[in-house]
Structures are given as structure tokens and as C-alpha cells.
Design a protein around this ligand. Structure first.
Ligand code: CMP
Length: 142
């Protein structure tokens, strides 16, 4: 499987719980490298632009309110099969369905406060990385 890049966001709930280090440790221990990071506090409008694909969904307004409720840590992960591997490490979107030992099983409280976001495809990863980072911000480990 080819080396890929994916966008990960540590959401306001997990930043608030002070578990940034635990989450990044899981990525690194599973072969993913952090090649860019950025801490941001999005406005609701900025969160809305990031999650535009969900604009018609009933949870969109709550999602934007939650994602702008505190600081987040956006990062780019690089490694073999990074998109799927990150999703495996995160666990199911709804923490009630997340497999034991995943980030969401261990740190998420609800489907909204679910600790982390990860791109769902290589195509969306490129779009999402571009939302937060310029090319010069990415420091590939090659
Ligand atoms: P995330 O991976 O960041 O992508 C969209 C987010 O919407 C998702 O995680 C959840 O936090 C949130 N969300 C709230 N309700 C739902 C739902 N019913 N289905 C999918 N995502 C939801």
C-alpha cells in the first residue's frame, strides 16, 4: 500500500481533556508520522466551511457549534495506508459503537464530542489538508 497523507483533528473535547499526547502517541506507535500541526480556534462560519459536505444534515448546526466551542489541533499524518489506518485507530464515529482500545472508545463522550476527526478518503484528505495547511507547512519524512 502506498504512502498516503490524511488530515486528523483533535476536537475541542479531547483538547479540553488534555489527551493530545495520548492521541499522538497512538498515531506514532502505529507507524504514522506527524508532518504538520496547527492549533486553531475556529469560528462557527469556519467550521461550517470545513464541514460544508454535511450542510444539509440535521446535525450540521450542532456540529459547527461544537467544533467552534474551543481550540482544536489539526495535523497531517503520513504513512502507509494512512487514511484507513487513521480511521481504524479512531474507531466508529459513534463512540457507543467504537471498538475497545480505539481513540473514540477511550476518549469520546458522544457522537458530537467524539474526540477526533479523520479524512474518509485520499481525495477528501487532499481537500481537508489544503483547508488548514500550505504546501510549505508539510514536512514529509519521506
Ligand atoms: P467527523 O468524523 O468529524 O465528521 C462529521 C461529524 O459529525 C462526525 O465526526 C460527528 O462528530 C458529527 N455527527 C453528529 N451526528 C452525526 C450522525 N448522525 N452521523 C454522522 N456524524 C454525526
Amino acid at each position: 500500500m502506498a504512502v498516503q497523507r490524511t488530515l486528523s483533528i483533535i476536537k475541542p473535547d479531547a483538547v479540553g481533556k488534555n489527551v493530545i499526547g495520548d492521541i499522538i502517541r497512538r498515531f506514532e506507535e502505529n507507524g504514522l508520522s506527524v508532518i504538520a500541526t496547527r492549533m486553531s480556534h475556529l469560528s462557527a462560519a469556519e467550521a461550517g466551511r470545513f464541514y460544508e459536505v454535511h450542510a444539509e444534515r440535521p446535525f450540521y448546526k450542532d456540529l459547527c457549534a461544537f467544533m467552534s466551542s474551543g481550540p482544536i489541533l489539526a495535523m497531517v499524518l503520513e504513512g502507509k495506508n494512512a487514511v484507513a489506518l487513521n480511521r481504524q485507530l479512531m474507531g466508529a464515529t459513534n463512540p457507543k459503537e467504537a471498538e475497545a482500545g480505539t481513540i473514540r472508545a477511550d476518549h469520546a463522550d458522544s457522537i458530537d464530542a467524539n474526540a477526533v476527526h479523520g479524512s474518509d478518503s485520499a481525495e477528501n484528505a487532499a481537500i481537508e489538508i489544503n483547508f488548514f495547511f500550505a504546501n510549505l507547512d508539510l514536512h514529509s519524512r519521506g
